[in-house]
Design a protein around this ligand. Structure first.
Ligand code: HEC
Length: 175
């Protein structure tokens, strides 16, 4: 093989490798996804809220929801530290359908679980991974993290590190 042919072969190889990297890289980037946290009900309970017609969130999360935090997120929230949540922090927002009868409201079924998980590997806004699953099928519903989740979570300067819940509002309930 002459010098010139060798050079051409080398260039061809580099080109093929380059193309492969272009195609493979986005596949790897997409692989880091938040996993459904089977154990979120054993995390720390934070609070509950009922959203009725007329509330700004009614179109997205009508009904009853509970918030949970894993131990890393809970300890950080409780400490009141004015710095971003540590890696491994997780929050869950569990939405339930309710049936309202004349004088009572009862839970009927699990509807959606929303999760934020601090891990740079997700490469998503704020260093959080954002995901939501419809139940019981556990189908992922987040297609555009910024439009569906982060925009709202970061819209207000009173939300710290993109997280709405504050220790002060849950300190008499959470444990
Ligand atoms: C229109 C605004 C809005 C959008 C869009 C939104 N959220 Fe939230 N989210 C809230 C509010 C407000 C709370 C606090 C609810 C409470 O106090 O009970 C919250 C709470 C949460 C919590 C509990 C931790 C916290 O921040 O208090 C998680 C987890 C969560 N949302 C995940 C998501 C995910 C994932 C998406 C996208 C699929 C999403 N949210 C979209 C407004 C929004």
């Amino acid at each position: 093989m002459g010098k010139r042919t060798g050079f051409m072969v080398l260039m061809a190889c580099l080109f093929v490798l380059g193309m492969a990297a272009t195609f493979v890289a986005p596949v790897f980037a997409q692989q880091a996804k938040v996993e459904y946290p089977e154990d979120y009900r054993s995390w720390h309970y934070l609070k509950s809220m009922v959203i009725s017609e007329g509330h700004p969130l009614f179109s997205i999360v009508p009904g009853l929801h509970h918030l949970y935090a894993n131990d890393i997120a809970f300890q950080h929230l409780k400490s009141g530290k004015n710095e971003p949540f540590p890696q491994g922090s997780k929050f869950a927002f569990e939405l339930l359908d309710v049936a309202t009868t004349k004088n009572s409201v009862s839970t009927t079924k699990n509807k959606i679980v929303f999760v934020t998980q601090k891990d740079a590997a997700f490469g998503q806004t704020g260093g959080w991974g954002w995901e939501a699953w419809t139940l019981p099928g556990k189908e992922r519903i987040v297609k555009d993290v910024d439009r569906q989740c982060a925009n709202c979570h970061y819209q207000s300067t009173s939300t710290f590190d993109g997280i709405w819940v504050k220790w002060d509002e849950v300190k008499n309930i959470a444990r």
